[in-house]
Design a binder for this molecule. Structure first.
Ligand code: MN
Length: 323
């Protein structure tokens, strides 16, 4: 991995134009690591990289330093040929949606990720399924590059780490996660301030919407499975934004007997987006049956079926794993 870090450093040094991609429906890891890398490239390589997103950019993360650097992919000339493209936290190329053409057109493609389902679609693939977040891989890389963090970069990495470890409580919370957290706090990051900015700034309607969705949960198999669905009708009733469903699935999993929890969300007509969480069951075979991906205990997929049918299909598939 150390050699890969140095190879990327050389590629950044050589490149005149650089673009960094986050995945669709961006989370704290893909956004935090994108900005951390962008700021690092500016600070130590003296270069301006373009940071891009696809679809909607959640306003929730606007507390991140230099958040305004994120550009909508639709505002970038699709025929442009960047010297270097870097994808961060992008498990598969289709997670770049309409940005994939710009990625493919680049002279050199790097793929930095921690999803076990990542097949290594780049020219350079820096993938570690044991890393708690992509920010952790970046942190190791910046050390190898011998480039110390500043407060802004540390804050971006902290959001990446905090969100992907569920505030240091998921199974991926390794000794390295705590050491990294300690190091970032040492750089001046305030855990309380970052936590409040990320988790305690929900609009009132979001809190009420989430409570409603939790209320509609249906339990199966002696309470081992918890499913709830979100229709477009529910969304419009609460004036819900795309990210209003964020975190609900963890509430479902918090029930004592629950092994697998799922939120099924009607996106457009005939499409159902699924977020799955488990306590100890490996979900990757389940979501891969539906063309999805992710981590062992946290995974997702989009089922090209109306929500009621998707619900039944997914429930049967999950029940086949639950004794
Ligand atoms: Mn991640």
């Amino acid at each position: 991995m150390e050699n890969l870090f140095l190879e990327l450093k050389n590629k950044i040094t050589e490149a005149e134009s650089i673009i960094i991609f986050s995945h669709v429906n961006p989370d704290g890891d893909t956004l935090g690591s994108n900005l951390a890398l962008n700021l690092m490239i500016e600070k130590y390589f003296g270069k301006k990289a373009d940071s891009v997103f696809v679809g909607t950019l959640p306003n929730l993360y606007s507390y991140l330093p230099e958040f305004s650097r994120f550009q909508n992919i639709d505002d970038i000339d699709k025929s442009k040929k960047y010297d270097l493209a870097i994808a961060v936290d992008v498990a598969s190329k289709d997670r770049m949606v309409t940005a994939v053409q710009l990625f493919d057109n680049a002279g050199f493609k790097a793929n930095i990720d921690h999803h076990v389902t990542n097949i290594g679609y780049g020219d350079l693939n820096i993938i570690d399924g044991n890393a708690a977040c992509v920010g952790m891989i970046l942190n190791r890389m910046f050390k190898k590059w011998d480039m110390p963090l500043n407060l802004d970069i540390a804050r971006c990495l902290y959001t990446s780490l905090m969100t992907d470890t569920g505030c240091f409580k998921y199974d991926n919370t390794s000794p390295e996660a705590f050491l990294m957290g300690a190091e970032l706090v040492g750089c001046g990051v305030s855990p309380n301030k970052e936590y409040r900015a990320c988790y305690e700034t929900k609009p009132q309607s979001m809190v009420q919407f989430q409570a409603y969705i939790v209320c509609n949960t249906v339990f199966y198999n002696d309470g081992k499975i918890a499913f709830s669905k979100v229709t477009r009708n529910d969304m419009s009733k609460f004036n819900a934004e795309d990210d209003y469903t964020e975190g609900i699935v963890e509430v479902l999993r918090s029930s004592k007997n629950v092994e697998v929890a799922a939120i099924l969300k009607e996106t457009k007509e005939g499409y159902t987006k699924v977020s799955l969480r488990s306590k100890s069951l490996d979900l990757t075979p389940v979501v891969m049956d539906f063309g999805g991906g992710g981590h062992k205990y946290s995974a997702g997929c989009t089922i090209k079926k109306p929500i009621a049918i998707a619900f039944d299909k997914l429930l049967k598939r999950v029940q086949s794993e639950i004794k």
